[in-house]
Design a protein around this ligand. Structure first.
Ligand SMILES: Cc1cc2nc3c(=O)[nH]c(=O)nc-3n(C[C@H](O)[C@H](O)[C@H](O)COP(=O)(O)OP(=O)(O)OC[C@H]3O[C@@H](n4cnc5c(N)ncnc54)[C@H](O)[C@@H]3O)c2cc1C
Length: 300
């Protein structure tokens, strides 16, 4: 019986594993290795690691965790989590192997649904991003395109305006701006185009233009896309954890979900702000919550 099973080896899960390993808890961390930012060449805003690649950050973490013998990292996908009669959790991975754990931490992150536009995948994570706090600095003062894909286009345009005043919002037929919102953006000189996008144009990851269905092109030197998000794993829902109005797993200040024994951390819980350093902090907080709860239980 493990003290804790962690599903997800992004900053939230890895940080929790470190704190629990240091607290001498037996931990298995399962990670299928598809973090949200895997397409990015560099990650920003994590103090002491600004500009490091996602792969390098992960390697730093794995190297540090190797010092803690009670932590095991398994590079496998968890397929199922079932509750046993004694309240423990049985995890089964893709190879059919199973483990029992007294506590479960969901650090499974989010999955993004990007607008289906030809060429978008060539630029996403290189010159087209989803978060101005992550990549706005690199795109500052450039002519940028904002591609609508959710209902927060107005918010994204206002936010990106802090980094560049040369903005073209392409709604691509997506009804994402109210007339009053459009008026406010246009009053700041932000251009708005409702034409259908045929494809994104550029080379070697650098976006240079948006081509509309009528053949016309609008030049740009990068941009942002408003994506839709959903939970990357089904376990919170399957176990009956309450969700927030934004679709995150509801937790208290110690990372406890509404289901006893189940904890959550990182993007899966927080949704916004989705930041590596926030996810890492949440993982640490949930690990302390888990260790405190186990300690109190042992002394009860
Ligand atoms: C393009 C892009 C660029 C970004 N750039 C930055 C940046 O520069 N700075 C910044 O602070 N933030 C950035 N972010 C946001 C950042 O990536 C997230 O906030 C952060 O990764 C969240 O960490 P997490 O641990 O919660 O989830 P993740 O990092 O997404 O990790 C979750 C892990 O759980 C695994 N998993 C899920 N389900 C299962 C399962 N069933 N079994 C096993 N494993 C599973 C996944 O494969 C994944 O490895 C960026 C996001 C994107 C999309």
């Amino acid at each position: 019986m493990l003290d804790c099973a962690i599903i997800g080896g992004g900053p939230a899960g890895l940080s929790a594993a470190l704190v629990l390993g240091r607290a001498r808890r037996s931990v298995a961390l399962f990670d299928e290795g598809k973090p949200r930012n895997r397409v990015a060449l560099a990650s920003h805003g994590f103090l002491t690691r600004d500009g490091a690649s996602p792969a390098a950050m992960r390697k730093f973490a794995h190297d540090e965790l190797a010092a803690y013998p009670s932590v095991r990292i398994r590079g496998s996908r968890v397929e199922d989590v079932a509750r046993e009669a004694d309240g423990s959790f049985r995890l089964t991975d893709a190879a059919g192997e199973s483990w029992l754990a007294s506590r479960l931490l969901l650090a499974t992150g989010l999955k993004e649904l990007l607008p289906e536009i030809e060429g978008l995948g060539d630029f996403y994570g290189r010159s087209l991003f989803c978060c101005a706090y992550c990549d706005g600095w690199e795109l500052r003062d450039r002519p940028l395109v904002l591609v609508a894909g959710n209902d927060h286009t107005f918010h994204l345009a206002k936010t990106v305006y802090n980094w560049s005043r040369d903005l073209l919002v392409c709604t691509n037929g997506y009804k994402s701006l109210e007339p009053e919102e459009e008026r406010v953006l246009r009053a700041r000189g932000i251009r708005i185009d409702h034409r259908e996008i045929e494809r994104l144009v550029g080379a070697d990851g650098q976006l240079t233009a948006v081509r509309f269905a009528d053949g016309e092109e609008a030049a740009c030197a990068g941009g942002f896309v408003a994506e839709r998000l959903r939970q990357a794993a089904p376990f919170a829902e399957r176990l009956g954890c309450a969700l927030t109005q934004y679709g995150g797993i509801e937790t208290d200040a110690a990372g406890r979900t509404s289901v006893p024994g189940v904890y959550a951390a990182g993007d899966a819980a927080c949704i916004m702000p989705a930041q590596l350093i926030v996810a890492a902090a949440e993982g640490s907080r949930a690990a302390i919550g888990i260790n405190e709860d186990m300690t109190h239980e042992a002394f009860a």
